[in-house]
Ligand binder design. Structure first.
Ligand SMILES: Nc1nc2c(ncn2[C@@H]2O[C@H](COP(=O)(O)OP(=O)(O)OP(=O)(O)O)[C@@H](O)[C@H]2O)c(=O)[nH]1
Length: 338
């Protein structure tokens, strides 16, 4: 039995992983691929999973919520992947949380329970061009997180410098120079909306085709060995925590409350740089259908959705105090609105 290839999507919060995953699912068919997806979210709610299921209703998908599969949920990877294998996918796509270290996933895939069935195909790391150069200073106090973000770059087989619509050519050159200090082996592609030629990733999985010439710039075997080489041979199998100060908070949303975009946006703005990401489904005004709200890299994006569940809003940030956040939220809903 041939092993099922696994593609890992890594990258900090809001860098464009789900955008890429949606694109991969849309195009998989044209590469004769039948993908399955393993989603991991830090929070209890599953915003991205709903987006994917809406785009591909028959998609075999397993979701691991409320923790990072590279540390607290690492032991769940094996059963989740095995569950997906029952659906006989030709490729498994794993979207990591923004604070996951891809090395840990590579490690999990090579454990005895999975080794006979799956093989790592590629680690793709997305970088948010608008914010990536600021991470070192923003997270200076969190060495573990800085280390994780650096490892995301170092172990990537393909680096996507995404959201370049937000940066100048000068900044782009500066980012590339910095990234190349950590990884000068892998292809680095500037992208918007995670858009690039997927033949680079899927092409070599085509049943009868040769590896396309562009894809030869990846060397998967070498990458896996490089990842393995950095692990201490005698160290205990400690699921090192890759994030320490990052917390998620789910806000209660009262159905029927006349919420406005402005209430939500002012609330999000209040937390400054400690708020890294927010997303949720919210009914605005008298809307029957909820809107999908995405806050990433200090920008807010609203779009209509077909979500039919209970509204919610998840916040992901540094040292978030759930009590303070929830109390402030409730106060705003009680009005007067400021
Ligand atoms: N302007 C712009 N927006 C983008 C680009 N790529 C993604 N976005 C938007 O950025 C937001 C976050 O994108 P996602 O694909 O959800 O990012 P993610 O990495 O999956 O985020 P997490 O799930 O929090 O880790 C969404 O609103 C996207 O539509 C881009 O290149 N340019």
């Amino acid at each position: 039995m041939s092993k099922v290839p696994v593609i890992v999507l890594s990258g900090f919060l809001g860098s464009g992983k789900t955008t890429l995953l949606l694109r991969m699912l849309q195009e998989a068919d044209s590469f004769q691929l039948t993908p399955a997806v393993l989603m991991n979210e830090l929070g209890k709610q599953d915003v991205d999973g709903h987006l994917l299921q809406a785009a591909s209703p028959d998609l075999p998908m397993t979701k691991l919520l409320d923790g990072c599969i590279c540390c607290s949920k690492k032991s769940d990877i094996s059963s989740a992947v095995k569950q997906l294998l029952l659906r006989k996918p030709s490729v498994i796509l794993i979207e990591l949380t923004g604070v996951a270290n891809p090395e840990e996933i590579v490690d999990a895939l090579t454990e005895p329970a999975l080794l006979p069935y799956v093989k790592l195909h590629q680690v793709i790391t997305l970088l948010d061009a608008e914010n990536v150069l600021d991470y070192n200073s923003i997270f200076a106090a969190d060495r573990e997180l800085v280390h994780t973000l650096r490892r995301q770059i170092e172990v990537a087989d393909l680096l996507l410098l995404n959201k370049i619509d937000f940066v100048s050519a000068k900044k782009l050159a500066a980012i590339e120079k910095t990234i190349r200090k950590y990884n000068d082996r892998s292809l680095l592609l500037p992208t918007t909306h995670s858009h690039f030629d997927l033949a680079l990733v899927f092409g070599s999985l085509l049943p009868q085709k040769q590896v396309p010439s562009q894809a030869l710039s990846f060397n998967n075997k070498f990458q896996i060995q490089a990842v393995k080489a950095v692990q201490q041979p005698n160290s205990a199998p400690s699921p090192a925590v890759s994030y320490s100060r990052i917390h998620t908070v789910t806000l209660p949303i009262e159905e029927g409350f006349p919420l406005t975009q402005s209430i939500v946006e002012r609330y999000l703005a209040k937390w400054g740089s400690s708020l890294l990401r927010a997303k949720g489904y919210l009914r605005i005004g008298s809307q029957m259908e909820p809107s999908l709200m995405q806050f990433a890299g200090k920008r807010i994006n609203w779009q209509s959705s077909s979500f039919s569940g209970t509204s919610y809003l998840v916040l992901i940030g540094l040292d978030l105090d759930a009590d303070v956040l929830i109390a402030d939220w409730k106060q705003r809903l009680a009005g007067p609105l400021v």
